[in-house]
Design a protein around this ligand. Structure first.
Ligand code: AHR
Length: 491
């Protein structure tokens, strides 16, 4: 058998643009995500710019990070932003109650984050505190960061050394309001949202409601029904991939069964988006409100001998499979999914970067994000796929995942994932009459799906030139290695 993919390559005005923000990231005050990950302080021997590691800045710029969500996560609903402004030695220390009771000295605050976003060329996405904050506190934060007028908050910003406002468009109105954000019912949260959102203003601002936990469709329905159109621009969704919540298993050295079940849970994202979108379509048929998947990724047991509250895990080719397949799902739903944030950027959960003091490594997930950046702001080309199966025991999953786009220069890119760790897959790709001279590509593969980059072997997994594609008439024949990610460019 063979997988066949047909790409509708014509210029159809109805094809949506793949919003670059689908490729966004998330950085919480959690473990070594901020401290030691992004930020080492400006007195550190590790080369830095205003305390932010230069190696990290260069890597994230190369990957083309479009947006970064901060400061949480659960931490956001305990965070009082005024603790993190002004002279660093005057900032209060607090206990980070969600994450290992670590002492948070607030040395990385609003200015540090927003200036860092400018260095990265990434648009900030701030998560406001609804759980333990106040409407006034969040409205003040918006004014402090975005107002150019004369008012108490912009005056305070100027007094703290920043004359011009930053460009902060994206705001989360709380996080996981159904859980760590306050254990609210959706009916209660709707009213909270309406109140907060009203006082945040509606200028150049994009307000994201705290969204459903995985398949909680009642949550989405209640929000869509209860929040007036002019108050909301996006609604969130959180869904992680794991074997079982209470028995996650290791990040490396996992069994094939654990691999299969993780992939099954990752591919469930497609059904989730379809079902949440159906509800959204009922109330918002013109798709004005975006679905923002602002937490996704693989979640495993922490590495042995590390703080369980720090969520530090290695990152293997399994994570590359999750990233490649999930990003294809997001691309293919670009009409509704207009932002997504991988959890989390550095040293926490499914990271793109791991650091150890002055050392930094790029994970297989980083390489997928970097290879896929060709899709950012390109036009989606819908495709139909008849895939072979990857079978394990009595279970089966489609072996191949794919998405395609045409960029602003007219160049077509196709991203493919073969999640089958045991079989090379033969694919026939049909471009429905599109003229092209040849095809080039890059591949991310390794002998085993459990392979990963370590500080001892930082380049075990890295992209190579792909030689497995050949053109025959109008068809591209492809041979995909086991457990691999390929991105093709049509010339
Ligand atoms: O990403 C880790 C945690 O997972 C976040 O803080 C929270 O929003 C989610 O439950």
């Amino acid at each position: 058998a063979q997988t066949t993919i047909t790409v509708a390559a014509g210029n159809n005005p109805a094809d949506p643009v793949i919003n670059k923000y689908i490729y966004s990231h998330f950085a919480e005050h959690l473990g070594r995500g901020i401290y030691g990950g992004f930020y080492v302080g400006d007195t550190s021997k590790i080369p830095n710019t205003n305390g932010v590691r230069n190696d990290v800045i260069a890597a994230l710029k190369k990957m083309k990070i479009p947006s970064l969500r901060w400061p949480g996560g659960c931490f956001a609903d305990t965070y009082h932003w005024k603790d993190g402004i002004g002279p660093k030695d005057k900032r209060p220390a607090i206990v980070n109650k969600w994450w290992g009771n670590a002492i948070e000295d607030n040395s990385f605050g609003t200015h540090d984050f927003l200036n860092m976003c400018e260095l990265l060329g990434a648009d900030p996405y701030m998560a406001g505190n609804v759980g333990s904050g106040s409407v006034q506190e969040l409205a003040d934060w918006v004014q402090y960061t975005t107002s150019d007028n004369k008012n108490p908050m912009s005056d305070l910003r100027r007094a703290n050394g920043r004359e011009k406002p930053w460009n902060v468009k994206f705001w989360g109105v709380g996080n996981e309001a159904w859980g760590c954000g306050g254990n609210m019912t959706p009916e209660y949260y709707v009213n909270e949202f309406r109140k907060y959102s009203t006082f945040m203003g509606n200028g150049n601002i994009f307000r994201v409601a705290s969204g459903a936990n995985v398949a909680d469709y009642h949550w989405t329905e209640t929000l869509m029904k209860g929040i007036p159109k002019g108050l909301i621009e996006g609604i969130a969704l959180h869904s992680y991939s794991f074997v079982e919540w209470d028995k996650k298993g290791p990040a490396t050295g996992f069994s094939e069964e654990q691999y299969f079940r993780t992939m099954k849970s990752a591919l469930f994202m497609d059904s989730l988006i379809i079902n949440h979108s159906k509800i959204m379509d009922k109330y918002d048929p013109n798709k004005k409100i975006a679905l923002v998947v602002d937490e996704w990724g693989g979640w495993y047991d922490v590495e042995p001998n590390t703080n369980p509250g720090f969520l530090f895990q290695q990152n293997s080719m399994r994570d590359a499979m999750i990233a490649g397949a999930t990003l294809n799902i997001f691309n293919n739903h670009a009409d509704r999914v207009r932002m997504a944030n991988l959890a989390q950027c550095i040293n926490v959960l499914q990271s793109v970067i791991l650091t150890d003091k002055d050392k930094m490594i790029l994970t297989p997930t980083y390489h997928v994000m970097e290879m896929y950046n060709v899709h950012q702001d390109a036009t989606l080309l819908p495709l139909t796929i008849k895939s072979d199966d990857y079978t394990f025991g009595t279970g089966k999953l489609p072996a191949i995942s794919a998405s395609a786009s045409r960029d602003k220069n007219g160049v077509i890119h196709i991203s493919l994932v073969n999640i089958d760790p045991n079989h090379v897959q033969k694919l026939a790709l049909n471009l429905s009459g599109e003229k092209f001279k040849g095809v080039t590509g890059r591949v991310l593969a390794s002998a085993k799906v459990g392979d990963y980059n370590s500080f001892a072997q930082p380049e075990k997994v890295k992209p190579e030139v792909f030689k497995g594609a050949s053109v025959k008439g109008e068809v591209i024949n492809i041979s995909m290695p086991t457990a691999s990610v390929v991105v093709l460019t049509l010339n």
